[in-house]
Design a protein around this ligand. Structure first.
Ligand SMILES: [Zn+2]
Length: 535
């Protein structure tokens, strides 16, 4: 049924899936029910995973037995690999989520004591838990066989109540829509009833008014003390090219830096986030306080809650900032050029091994922290899909191009440049420029060359070198980035020492009035509401 609906929609226009995330203002009863649902999801995950692991072990055993029977070496990996196909014929296959769901239903009929609490939660909690077990197992298998990109995925582990993230998914029923956006501030969720929202779903409602929007599922999860709902909808995908303003702006190069969060080729500097740093300091303190508490004590539990809350706030804040920056870039320029950095390689432990001890360990440790703060991988991922939405293009420039060491004015290369030198001084032409700005221009030039060479209509894009006159700076338009919750004191109820103060966080050209813009909720709707500000 769902598939029919999908193909019917895609025949009309391209559709995309998009998640709208909102913070819930749930009642105590609803919070209890959400915790129970997340518990059911976790139970189902563990139950399904246990069955999958048992079946997998049986397969491994059968393969080993085959090798011995054939007189082959049962420890040779190549021998075993060759026998896998044959061994699968001998043992039951690894159960999928569908198999597991059916087995669980049968087990419930046989044993009334199995999950007697199941009637209290949506049955989708069970299917979503079992699907998650499928995904965990598949990720591990694909990672092992090299089908999955990225870092190695470990063998799936059981979810613990204390370690796992509380989360559950309820799917949309096509026959009778059970998940409904009632109005901008209320969401109807099966079992939970009408849940009030801290933030709003106005954008989604506006889309619904134009038709062609289907809610596919809702995932409810806890982050720190708060519960969030992520409403997955299928909506028409915009198909448009770059606007005239974007074409005029051309190709912007972005250097993701250490001193600054990022620097663009037209000279905008976005400083590292001070508030994030302050939250990170608080987190360190909270972790130290936790270490001083006694195992099993009330204070320890309280300290753990505080750590969780700070971690959630920090994560939320970083995510919000990243979304703002990537949307600004994707909407203002025809193309964005970034370096294709090997983040895993850059952040690899600086300590090295005993045979090969790392050099410059302290400096590298600081650098690593900064790089992880910047979350470069996520930055690139967001740019990749947002450029698609806004008609822009993303150019990844080579990983080994000497963008920092090349003069952006004459192109000569200074191989002696170190990380400590913050200013680029060209020995050949005398050009002097901020190191990161110089690198950003080089990245933009590489990106422009790449894009212009592929331009089918021969339209050549310019490198955005300096801010066009009359247009407000991209990055200075970011809204005040102070965390509203932070100014109200921390969760211990301590009042802030000072009231509102101007944020020093964002500036580019000194002397130009700072523009404070409204929020730009983007893709993900952030928590930002009257309620949070005044509570
Ligand atoms: Zn030069």
């Amino acid at each position: 049924m769902a598939i029919e609906a999908l193909t019917a929609a895609s025949a009309r226009e391209p559709m995309r899936l998009r998640a709208y995330r909102v913070c819930l203002d749930a009642t105590p009863t609803q919070i209890t029910m959400m915790a129970q649902s997340a518990g059911a999801q976790r139970w189902a995950f563990n139950w399904a995973l246990a069955r999958k692991i048992a079946a997998h072990k049986a397969l491994i055993g059968a393969r080993h037995q085959l090798a011995i029977e054939r007189g082959l070496d049962p420890d040779d990996r190549d021998v075993l690999r060759g026998l896998t196909r044959e061994a699968t014929q001998l043992v039951p296959r690894i159960p999928s989520a569908i198999d597991n769901l059916a087995a669980w239903r049968q087990a419930c009929r046989d044993d009334a004591e199995l999950t007697p609490w199941r009637s209290g939660v949506s049955s989708y909690c069970f299917s979503s838990g079992m699907r998650a077990a499928d995904a965990a197992f598949k990720n591990w298998l694909d990672s092992r066989s090299g089908r999955r990109a990225g870092g190695k995925v470990g063998y799936p582990r059981f979810k613990s109540k204390h370690r796992a993230r509380a989360s559950f998914t309820i799917y949309h029923d096509v026959k009778k829509p059970t998940i409904r956006v009632q109005d901008a501030r209320h969401l109807l969720v099966p079992r939970l009833g009408v849940v009030r929202l801290h933030s709003n779903l106005r954008r989604l409602i506006r889309l619904q008014r134009h038709g062609d929007v289907t809610v596919r599922s809702i995932t409810i999860s806890r982050q720190g003390r708060r519960w969030f709902a992520s409403v997955l909808v299928e909506e028409p995908a915009p198909t448009r090219g770059p606007s005239r303003a974007q074409m005029q702006a051309g190709v912007v190069g972005v250097d993701v830096g250490v001193k600054h969060l990022l620097v663009t080729s037209d000279g905008m500097h976005l400083p590292n986030d001070r508030l994030g740093r302050r939250l990170a300091d608080k987190l360190t303190q909270a972790q130290q306080a936790f270490a001083r508490t006694q195992r099993g004590s009330q204070r320890r539990a309280k300290a753990a809650r505080r750590i969780g809350d700070l971690q959630a706030r920090l994560a939320e804040r970083r995510s919000q900032r990243l979304h703002q920056v990537t949307k600004h870039l994707a909407t203002r320029y025809a193309a964005i050029a970034i370096e294709d950095l090997n983040v895993a390689g850059m952040t690899r432990s600086a300590r090295g091994t005993i045979e090969q001890p790392g050099r410059n360990v302290r400096a590298k440790a600081g650098l690593n922290r900064e790089i992880l703060d910047v979350a470069f991988g996520e930055f690139a991922r967001q740019l990749a899909y947002k450029t698609g939405w806004y008609g822009a293009r993303l150019a990844l420039t080579g990983r080994f191009e000497p963008t920092s060491k090349t003069c952006s004015a004459c192109g000569s290369i200074d191989p002696t440049l170190t990380l400590a030198q913050r200013t680029y001084q060209c020995a050949a032409c005398g050009h002097v420029q901020d190191r990161d700005h110089n690198a950003a221009i080089n990245i933009a030039a590489l990106g422009a060359a790449q894009i212009n060479s592929e331009a089918p209509d021969g339209v050549q894009l310019q490198v955005a070198r300096s801010k066009p006159p009359g247009r407000t700076s991209v990055l200075s338009e970011l809204p005040d980035t102070r965390d509203k919750r932070d100014s109200r004191g921390d969760i211990s109820g301590r009042r802030p020492r000072t009231g509102r103060q101007a944020s020093p966080a964002l500036r580019d050209d000194p002397g130009r009035p700072r523009v404070t813009a409204r929020g730009h909720p983007d893709g993900v709707i952030r928590q930002r509401s009257k309620h949070t500000r005044s509570a």
